[in-house]
Design a protein around this ligand. Structure first.
Ligand code: DAT
Length: 172
């Protein structure tokens, strides 16, 4: 059976992991968190002193995921999207969260002031939305509000319906 690949992207804290895991458990698709994958495989290429975090080795991440992506049925979660092959994804969702809400979520994570401000700016300037639009066909890039639990539920329902329809259309 053919299954679609879905990209969930957006600023850290917008709810990609929450949505991705729930969606995977309801749809049977596989959830891949690129941050975790990189950590497990140490897919890094140096260290960013300014942000105090390792730098992702994008080529190795792509190599690592290639076979699964070719098989299909993968939900990918990452706060970046311009280095994945365009052909991988059938649909791209950019989650969006209001600044004050996002600020509280990131504060809870214990981010320092610089990291907090940078991420809030990232959301204000819709960096990930622009990146997604520059990297994928406009028709497959969608924004989803992610401020409250009701919206999470709506997003899960909408995407689940989209998956069902995609599966019907590609397996008949
Ligand atoms: P990300 O994976 O984008 O970094 P997350 O899934 O870890 O984000 O979510 C960050 C926090 O926000 C976490 O405590 C769960 C909460 N959250 C996510 N989506 C939400 C929603 N729609 N409504 C309320 N809280 C949400």
């Amino acid at each position: 059976m053919k299954l679609p690949n879905i990209l969930l992207t957006g600023t850290p804290g917008v709810g990609k992991t929450t949505l991705g895991k729930e969606l995977a458990s309801r749809s049977g698709l596989k959830y891949v968190n690129v941050g975790d994958l990189a950590q497990e495989g140490q897919l890094y290429d140096g260290y960013d002193e300014e942000y105090g975090c390792p730098i992702l080795d994008e080529d190795r991440v792509v190599d690592e995921l290639e076979n699964e992506m070719r098989e299909g049925g993968v939900i990918v979660d990452y706060h970046g999207c311009d280095f994945f092959p365009e052909r991988w994804f059938h649909i791209v969702f950019v989650l969006r969260t209001d600044n004050s809400i996002l600020y509280k979520r990131l504060e809870t994570r214990g981010y320092n002031e610089k990291k907090l401000q940078d991420n809030i700016q990232c959301e204000i300037f819709q960096v990930l939305y622009e990146e997604a639009r520059a990297s994928y066909r406009e028709e497959i890039v969608h924004q989803l509000p992610s401020n409250e639990p009701e919206q999470l539920e709506d997003n899960i329902n909408q995407i689940s319906k989209w998956i069902e329809q995609w599966v019907k259309d590609h397996n008949s």
